[in-house]
Design a protein around this ligand. Structure first.
Ligand SMILES: NC(=O)c1ccc[n+]([C@@H]2O[C@H](COP(=O)([O-])OP(=O)(O)OC[C@H]3O[C@@H](n4cnc5c(N)ncnc54)[C@H](O)[C@@H]3O)[C@@H](O)[C@H]2O)c1
Length: 353
């Protein structure tokens, strides 16, 4: 079955979507739309209809699904219009600027009875899935901490992302993915959220955040992102995962993950300390473990790619699978982002669920 798509917003992400659909047998891009005509000049789809009017695109009967990839502040308007036009919708993240906006959008989606999901495709990132696989295998005993970090080391933020009114800032950007990954991994209610959110160099929008989740199951989740961690390193970003449990731990670095699992051969509750000399003096607690107490293992291999997001969407359209990114899950991420802003503004932790 070939499904006809329309792409609304043909900038950075619109182009990526077109390229992805070009590689998929079951999707045909019928039309694209951008208010800036020039942006559509390098479209690769033969015979594609180009328009600068969203309404005109929505009038095209044969379009089954629209992908909305315009800046964040106009998602609501476009989603409501598309729903009223009877189109199924894949909206870019963040779905909305607030939970209140999102609720209005979902009311329109439900009224129209169309399918709706949000492109939170980083559930299919290899580094995340590797960490999740280790977590799911319950290989580390009782997990007490999960850390997910992303640092940019060149201070790079661009275009509308540096302006508040367009929905700029890193919380609305990578924040959505990092929060979504954490919540998708840890299947537990959140008791409290504590956060720091800063504009380190940007006047209007955040470019640093740290979020601490206290989950009901005893895990503390930590998400930290900064775009201004200036450093002279071989890569222009750093991505880290760490999971700590009472019988083992895992570190996993990079988008093509490298790391190890370290496990105890028995519980390390009271291991006699071996005095070790460091440049800062002697230590026993932070010296090497006794021989044979730790075994290391390779990280599991996972086979994932972003195309799986759309493969799932097509199956959901045929009623063969549930949508992976569900309406309430998207709402929960938006609600977390609001709690993050509240905690950062008040300096207090926020009771959540
Ligand atoms: N899922 C992801 O990994 C990911 C990655 C990057 C961006 N995004 C999201 O994609 C969306 C677009 O981001 P981008 O980086 O591609 O921005 P962009 O500025 O490169 O592209 C947006 C395009 O939309 C057009 N546009 C704006 N308002 C419009 C309107 N009302 N009607 C038609 N066209 C309009 C602009 O002219 C521009 O070409 C944002 O919501 C962003 O958060 C998602």
């Amino acid at each position: 079955m070939k499904v006809n798509f329309g792409i609304i917003g043909f900038g950075f992400m619109g182009h990526i979507h077109e390229k992805m659909f070009d590689s998929m047998e079951d999707i045909k891009v019928v039309a694209i739309c951008d208010i800036d005509e020039e942006k559509m000049s390098d479209a690769i789809t033969e015979g594609v209809i180009k328009t600068t009017s969203v309404d005109e695109l929505l009038e095209i009967k044969e379009i089954n699904t629209v992908v909305i990839s315009i800046s964040n502040h106009v998602h609501k308007e476009a989603v409501i219009k598309a729903a009223k036009a009877g189109k199924n919708i894949i909206c870019e993240k963040p779905a909305a600027m607030s939970v209140a906006e999102y609720d209005e959008m979902i009311a329109a989606v439900k009224d129209a009875g169309v399918l709706f999901t949000v492109h939170q495709q980083r559930r299919f990132d290899e580094d995340f899935r590797t960490a999740k696989e280790v977590y799911d295998q319950k290989a580390l005993g009782k997990v007490f901490t999960i850390q997910s970090m992303l640092y940019g080391i060149n201070g790079n933020m661009h275009d509308w992302h540096v302006f508040k009114k367009y929905g700029g800032g890193m919380l609305y950007d990578w924040g959505v993915h990092l929060i979504d990954q954490m919540l998708y991994m840890v299947d537990s209610p959140i008791k409290t959220i504590y956060a720091d959110l800063r504009n380190v160099i940007n006047e209007e929008v955040d470019d640093y955040f740290k979020i601490l989740f206290r989950f009901e199951n005893g895990i503390t989740g930590e998400v930290e992102l900064g775009t201004y961690f200036l450093a002279d390193k071989p890569k222009w970003f750093e991505r880290h995962w760490f999971i700590g449990g009472d019988t083992g731990s895992m570190y996993c670095d990079g988008f093509e993950p490298e790391g190890k699992i370290a496990r105890t051969t028995r519980l390390l509750t009271n291991v006699p300390g071996k005095t070790t000399m460091t440049a800062s003096g002697p230590t026993r607690s932070f010296g090497p473990p006794p021989e044979g107490l730790l075994v290391t293992e390779e990280l599991p291999k996972v086979d994932v790619a972003h195309i799986m997001f759309f493969e799932n969407y097509l199956k959901a359209l045929e009623g063969k699978e549930e949508l992976l990114v569900k309406i309430p899950e998207v709402r929960r991420v938006l609600a977390v982002m609001e709690a993050v802003r509240e905690s950062a503004a008040t300096g207090r932790s926020i009771d959540f669920e």
